[in-house]
Write a protein that binds this ligand. Structure first.
Ligand SMILES: Cc1cc2nc3c(=O)[nH]c(=O)nc-3n(C[C@H](O)[C@H](O)[C@H](O)COP(=O)(O)OP(=O)(O)OC[C@H]3O[C@@H](n4cnc5c(N)ncnc54)[C@H](O)[C@@H]3O)c2cc1C
Length: 524
């Protein structure tokens, strides 16, 4: 049984695949399908943290308000070491700094992954796209060929799909990665982790607070969920690989042991799971031109900072418009290479930083344990907490890192030449930076004019854009958009909200040369 050919096959309908499908559904001329081997969405809470940058992506899909209404904001994160409270980071301070952080969403939202997936899938259904469940990709016919032809994918249903691009959003055990023989560099931690959704009486935390308890036997923690429930988590040492289970009583015992003086009572557990954490990533996010790997299929890391799902969502957001522009506006193929350039760098950095943090928190090596139990309390109490309270720059740097709002692609080759025309003040946002002031629609480039002089040049430039690129680029006036940025010139923003180009000389030739790298003008 062979089906007609399509543009894109998305394998996997976890958060990454669903976000990719939602973004692609905004382009009516693209044919794509999304398949998943499971019969239903996850019903487990799994990834809880939805960071500010992910909420911005939801906002582009008009889903932010729904997500905020169903989740929970975290007000405080506390650290307890050997049974003593050592430090609390008051996140409500961040909320009052919305203006200087330039985000509409200056919080950490806790939303169960099952709800996140439901929001995205409902959006898809409203756009008349259904996830094809109980449909597993089992083989790829041209997997060994080096040419650029469409790929044929054999499904468990007996169908063969012919597709131009394959987007592997098929999770940590990705079949695409295995079939392509891509090495997954990194290692598996010796410690296992448990997670349990339950009720906890006498927790030394408010219902909007997260807490971590460090002790010589390891680490446990509590994250608040809706309905007065908590996510209890912790490390398990010496777990043997074939016996990866834990009872809720054992998990409660570990919490008691690590929190020492607090007499917490854990009960009504609705889900408990043990898993082994890894830190691994592939080196190429695009393979043989036709294959893209995203989310857990491309990078997995420890749960420190709750970055996993968020990074997968950003991968999907980064790739979706590039595929759409190649298929809809005949953008050059090299635009797709920038997916690898941009996202693999982020993933590698993330895997390394979360690895260092996890190793510090969980290592059983005596020296690390000594620092964790005897030096860290002093650092947390006398340095980290005061800095967070009194130094706005420090506080905001922590938040920008955690929330993924601080991600920039500025240092990449793609921005080395031609993305900036004229001389700008060093504080002016640069190509590769996120444009933080307005969340524009995700299907267009946006050319925002700040310039109030050189009106003849500006008008000529605008007329040129309207003539050549009217389908792709929308023009905005910074004043009308109420953008609180003082600047002479104009900025071109990509569909994913990152700055592509800036000019204050309005040289049409220069812009043409820049844009021609990705878009042959005659195709417009
Ligand atoms: C217990 C737990 C707690 C976590 N906590 C957090 C957290 O707090 N914050 C955070 O950011 N992350 C967290 N994570 C990680 C987070 O869940 C993952 O990063 C996220 O689910 C990755 O999304 P994904 O879409 O890339 O992959 P997945 O969610 O794994 O989805 C992959 C999908 O592909 C499907 N699939 C696989 N193979 C095939 C095939 N051959 N054909 C068709 N379909 C296929 C699978 O059925 C699955 O639905 C947690 C994970 C776990 C397990």
């Amino acid at each position: 049984m062979t089906s007609s050919s399509i543009d894109i096959l998305i394998i996997g309908a976890g958060p990454t695949g669903l976000m990719l499908a939602c973004q692609l559904s905004l382009y009516p001329n693209i044919t794509f399908r999304i398949i998943d081997k499971n019969s239903s969405r996850t019903i487990n809470s799994r990834a809880l943290a939805v960071h500010a940058r992910s909420i911005e992506l939801f906002a582009q899909l008009n889903l932010a308000e729904k997500a905020l209404a169903q989740g929970k904001f975290i007000d405080k994160m506390s650290v307890f070491i050997r049974g003593k409270h050592r430090c609390s980071l008051d996140l409500t301070l961040i909320r009052t700094e919305q203006q200087s952080l330039f985000t509409h969403y200056p919080y950490i939202l806790f939303l169960e992954q099952s709800v996140t997936e439901q929001l995205l899938e409902t959006f898809l259904n409203e756009h008349n796209i259904k996830v094809e469940r109980q449909t597993e990709a089992i083989d790829f016919i041209d997997i060994d060929s080096m040419n650029d032809n469409d790929v044929q994918v054999i499904l468990s249903t007996g169908e063969t799909i012919q597709t131009k691009y394959i987007c592997a959003c098929d999770g940590a055990r990705s079949i695409v990665r295995h079939k392509l023989n891509l090495p997954f560099h990194g290692r598996t931690y010796s410690e296992s982790l448990f997670v349990a959704d339950c009720q906890v009486d006498n927790a030394p935390l408010g219902t909007d607070q997260a807490g971590v308890f460090l002790a010589s036997s390891g680490l446990s923690g509590l994250l608040p969920m809706t309905n007065n429930r908590y996510r209890l988590f912790g490390t398990i040492h010496e777990q043997n690989e074939t016996d990866e289970t834990i009872s809720i009583d054992e998990a409660a015992h570990l919490l008691k042991q690590r929190s020492k003086h607090f007499n917490m009572n854990v009960h009504d557990c609705s889900w408990i799971s043990v898993y082994r954490s890894h830190h691994r990533h592939i080196t190429k996010f695009r393979y043989r031109n036709r294959y893209f790997l995203l989310g857990d299929a491309a990078h997995i890391h420890s749960p420190v900072g709750g970055q996993g799902m968020n990074t997968g969502l950003q991968d999907a957001h980064n790739l979706a418009w590039k595929l759409a522009y190649v298929l809809t506006y005949s953008a050059r193929d090299c635009l797709l290479d920038t997916y690898h350039d941009e996202r693999s760098t982020i993933a590698k950095t993330l895997v390394n930083t979360t690895d260092r943090a996890f190793a510090f928190l969980s290592s059983t090596y005596w020296a690390t344990r000594f620092v964790r139990l005897f030096i860290a309390p002093i650092l947390f109490q006398f340095i980290v907490q005061p800095l967070f309270i009194y130094l706005r720059k420090f506080r905001q740097a922590v938040f920008l890192g955690l929330s993924q709002l601080g991600i920039t692609y500025r240092s990449l080759n793609v921005y080395d030449y031609g993305a900036s025309a004229g001389n700008f003040h060093q504080n002016t946002p640069q190509p590769g930076d996120r444009f933080p002031y307005v969340i524009f629609d995700p299907c267009h480039y946006h050319f925002v004019i700040f310039e109030r002089q050189q009106l003849i040049k500006v008008n000529q430039f605008v007329e040129f854009i309207k003539k050549e690129y009217s389908k792709m680029i929308k023009i905005h006036d910074s004043y009308e958009e109420k953008i609180p940025l003082k600047l002479e010139g104009a900025i071109l923003i990509r569909p994913d909200g990152y700055i592509a180009y800036r000019t204050n000389v309005f040289d049409i030739r220069h812009f043409q040369c820049y844009f021609h790298q990705f878009f042959p003008t005659e195709m417009m």
